[in-house]
Design a protein around this ligand. Structure first.
Ligand SMILES: [Zn+2]
Ligand SMILES: [Zn+2]
Length: 262
């Protein structure tokens, strides 16, 4: 990695630490003023998020799962396998792994974090996402560079923040991993949720590009990237991002890690 990149990453880490301190102080004050309740069952807890019982009720993604998209599969399968969606499909990421299935309170939590500005949920979601980093193929994240899936400027203005960047920043802080906002979304596309799988793929062509910065280019070239997002559904968004990181960015490999799987 070039000196320029290291400097850029160090400066952004220092800024991150400062923001972290400010955030800690303000969170402490908020916690004193408003005691927290579990997001799901409303029982009293000391930090915003989920109580231990509600965390235990979440459904972790457990083997056997597709070695490409991480889709869990019922039954006894040992060794690597591809699910019916992935068989014969060429994807630009190595594999995708989610920590949990997007069901029940986790699904609602992600929805509120994304659409109702429940920023306090960020730390809990980042903590949950870290279980995906413990996949033996990622080995905790050491040696990987975190890249959040970007939002279009207009969408970010509407939402107030990019949920993927918030989660990636929290993981970066907790695990001391480098982060690089390498991508930008240049097309404002209609909401993916309304579209069919084939339409989603078409809808995203040309939607992303690398940020035009020499420091970003140097950081991505030859790196192992962990592309971070809140939820993995069809994989169309992750694949479009992975394609740009690998072709324009010349990343060595891209792995997709998300909190949940739709
Ligand atoms: Zn609860
Ligand atoms: Zn699959």
């Amino acid at each position: 990695m070039q000196k320029l990149t290291r400097n850029a990453l160090t400066t952004s880490r220092k800024m991150g630490k400062l923001k972290n301190i400010v955030r800690h102080i303000s969170t402490g004050i908020i916690n004193l003023l408003y005691p927290a309740n579990c997001f799901s069952c409303r029982s009293e807890i000391n930090k915003p998020g989920l109580c231990p019982q509600c965390i235990n009720s979440l459904k972790p993604v457990k083997a056997p799962f597709c070695s490409c998209c991480g889709q869990p599969c019922e039954g006894e399968i040992s060794g690597q396998f591809h699910c019916s969606n992935c068989s014969g499909q060429a994807v630009d990421f190595e594999f995708a792994i989610a920590a949990y299935l997007a069901r029940g309170c986790l699904r609602e939590m992600i929805h509120d974090f994304k659409y109702h500005r429940r920023i306090a949920m960020c730390k809990t979601l980042a903590k949950l996402a870290e279980n995906a980093l413990d996949d033996p193929r990622i080995g905790g994240g050491k040696g990987w560079l975190l890249v959040p899936v970007p939002l279009h400027r207009r969408r970010k203005r509407e939402r107030g923040y990019n949920q993927a960047t918030e989660i990636a920043t929290a993981i970066s802080r907790r695990r001391n991993l480098p982060i690089c906002r390498a991508l930008q979304r240049i097309r404002y596309t209609s909401s993916q949720a309304q579209l069919l799988r084939s339409e989603r793929l078409g809808n995203l062509s040309g939607a992303f590009e690398m940020r035009p910065s020499p420091a970003v280019r140097a950081a991505i070239k030859g790196s192992q990237i962990l592309l971070i997002d809140d939820i993995f559904t069809t994989g169309a968004t992750a694949n479009a991002c992975a394609r740009v990181l690998r072709s324009a960015g010349q990343a060595e490999k891209v792995v997709v890690a998300t909190v949940a799987r739709g």
